[in-house]
Ligand binder design. Structure first.
Ligand code: PEP
Length: 250
């Protein structure tokens, strides 16, 4: 399977001018890299400018979040239709910062995923355990709850439009990466859950990205693991050379 990289979870860390500059540098650098899929997920306000800049390129543009309702009195929220109009083909749901800082629950994450799929968009479902859960030996239980709640009842056709991102909460933005074997173990477990929810063939075609302090120095080993199909990169994607180093390491 082609590896896929979400280069830029740029979080709330870029103005539109900065996002355009980053996207421009990626565009210049990525032309030499073949055989991988690359996407960026700028903050909402920067999406139209980044879409304009990347038009005609192979770099896709997604969103960091979405609201599940189609329209109405939901002050401050952004719908799938608005994202599609802006040029986004996919969005993240359930990023750990939204779960742990903004209080998003599994049922809310599921509603967002359903809304994306119903709108014809792709989705990246983020899952991952906290350090307390890992130390208590409940990593698999946590992943199972998040994956089942996120995907149970999704059709086979829809499942092919979903990527799962395994992002251990303790590794995001902390500089502590899961070892390649810890990540592979979690990815293999998630692949097994997907096979149970769908079938082996579908599970084999669904991408499972790893996220959590991925850098050029650790990307090579992570990406050679059989169940790691790409990376969701936050901090390192704010430096084009680091992000390109990650893609090249694959
Ligand atoms: C993320 O924001 O999803 C992420 C993985 O961040 P970082 O690469 O900085 O750990």
């Amino acid at each position: 399977m082609r590896k896929s990289f979400v280069a830029g979870n740029w979080k709330m860390a870029t103005t539109t001018a900065q996002a355009k500059a980053l996207a421009g540098s990626l565009l210049d650098g990525i032309t030499s890299v073949e055989g991988v899929d690359v996407a960026v997920i700028p903050p909402f306000l920067a999406i139209p400018a980044v879409v304009d800049l990347l038009r005609g390129s192979t770099i896709a543009v997604g969103a960091q979040d979405v609201y599940f309702e189609k329209s109405g009195a939901f002050t401050g929220e952004i719908s799938c239709e608005m994202l599609i109009e802006a040029g986004c083909g996919f969005a993240l749901v359930g990023h750990s910062e939204r779960r742990h800082i903004l209080g998003e629950t599994d049922p809310l994450v599921r509603k967002k995923l359903d809304a994306l799929l119903a709108a014809g968009m792709d989705a990246i479902l983020c899952v991952g355990e906290t350090i307390e859960e890992r130390e208590a030996g409940s990593t698999e239980a946590r992943l199972e709850t998040q994956v089942r709640s996120g995907l149970e009842g999704v059709t086979l056709e829809q499942a092919r439009r979903v990527t799962v991102a395994y992002e251990p909460v303790w590794a995001i933005g902390t500089g502590k990466t899961a070892t390649a074997s810890q990540a592979q173990e979690a990815h293999r477990f998630i692949r097994g859950l997907l096979a149970g929810l769908f079938d082996e063939e579908t599970a084999g075609k669904m991408r499972i990205q790893y996220g959590g302090s991925v850098k050029p120095e650790n990307a090579g080993e992570l990406m050679t693991q059989p169940d790691i199909d790409g990376a969701l990169v936050g901090g390192a994607s704010l430096k084009p050379a680091s992000f390109l180093g990650i893609v090249q390491a694959a």
